[in-house]
Design a protein around this ligand. Structure first.
Ligand code: IYR
Length: 222
C-alpha cells in the first residue's frame, strides 16, 4: 500500500464581482458550440489536437487511473479505411433494419444517414479508447474504476478545448465500433468509446435547427 502524500492547492480566488461575468462568458462560449457533420479540408496544426488531448487528460478519473487513450489519425489511407468500415456498419443500421423504428424516428430531425463522407474530408480523426482494465509493466491486469464516467468527462473536456480553439467536432459512435480496435492496432484491454472527426466547419456548413432545454427543465433546486 502506498501512503497518501499531499501538496498545497491554492487556486487564485476570483472576486465575487467577476464570478458571474466569467460564468456568463463561458456559458455563451459553450452555448455557441454545435456538433458538425460538414467539415472543411483546411489544415489544422497537429499541436492544436495535442493540446486538446493534454487538456482532456486533466479530467478527474476513478482512483486517478486516467483510463483513456486518444488515437490521433491524420493519414488519409487510415481515414479512408475508417470511413469504409463505419459506412458499412451504418448502412446495416439505417437500411439493413438494425436501427429500430423508434430510434430512426428520434434521429429524423437530425437528418443523419449512413453516408460518412466527413470521415475522409477532415484533417484529423481522434478515436478515444477506454481502458476496461489497466496493464502494469509485466502485463498484470489492474482493475480500473468508473471507466465510462471517467472517459465521458475527458471526452467532454476534449470537446470544450476544441471549441475554445474554434475547431468543430462530432461525437460520433458508429455502431458497433469494435472494428476500430483492430484497425488502429489497440491492445485488447482497450475499447472504443467515441470517434471525433475534427476540423473547421465547411464554409457552407449547416446544422439541425434545434434548441436546448431551458434551465428550468434540467435543474432542480432544493
Ligand atoms: N451512429 C449513427 C446513428 C446515430 C445515433 C445517434 I444516438 C445520433 O445522435 C446520431 C446518429 C450515425 O452516426 O449516423
Amino acid at each position: 500500500m502506498t501512503d497518501p502524500s499531499f501538496v498545497p492547492y491554492r487556486p487564485p480566488r476570483i472576486l465575487e464581482t467577476e464570478v458571474l461575468e466569467r460564468a456568463e462568458l463561458f456559458y455563451e462560449l459553450m452555448d455557441s458550440r454545435r456538433s458538425v457533420r460538414m467539415f472543411s479540408a483546411e489544415r489544422v496544426p497537429r499541436l492544436a489536437i495535442e493540446r486538446a488531448i493534454a487538456t482532456a487528460s486533466t479530467a478527474p478519473s476513478g482512483a486517478h487511473r486516467q483510463p483513456w487513450t486518444f488515437v490521433v489519425i491524420g493519414d488519409p489511407d487510415v481515414k479512408r479505411q475508417i470511413r469504409e468500415a463505419a459506412e458499412e456498419e451504418e448502412r446495416t443500421n439505417y437500411e439493413g433494419g438494425r436501427l429500430p423504428d423508434d430510434w430512426l424516428e428520434a434521429l429524423a430531425p437530425l437528418g443523419t444517414d449512413w453516408h460518412k463522407e466527413f470521415l475522409e474530408t477532415v484533417p484529423w480523426i481522434v478515436v478515444l479508447f477506454e481502458h476496461r482494465y489497466g496493464l502494469d509493466a509485466d502485463g498484470t491486469k489492474i482493475k480500473n474504476f468508473y471507466v465510462k464516467e471517467s472517459v465521458g468527462i475527458a471526452c467532454g473536456m476534449f470537446i470544450a478545448a476544441l471549441h475554445q480553439m474554434g475547431l468543430a467536432t462530432l461525437t460520433h459512435t458508429p455502431s458497433p465500433m469494435a472494428f476500430l480496435t483492430k484497425l488502429l492496432g489497440r491492445p485488447e484491454n482497450e475499447r472504443p468509446f467515441a470517434m471525433m472527426p475534427i476540423g473547421y466547419p465547411a464554409p457552407d456548413c449547416v446544422v439541425p435547427d434545434i434548441t436546448r432545454k431551458p434551465l428550468d427543465q434540467v435543474m432542480v433546486t432544493l
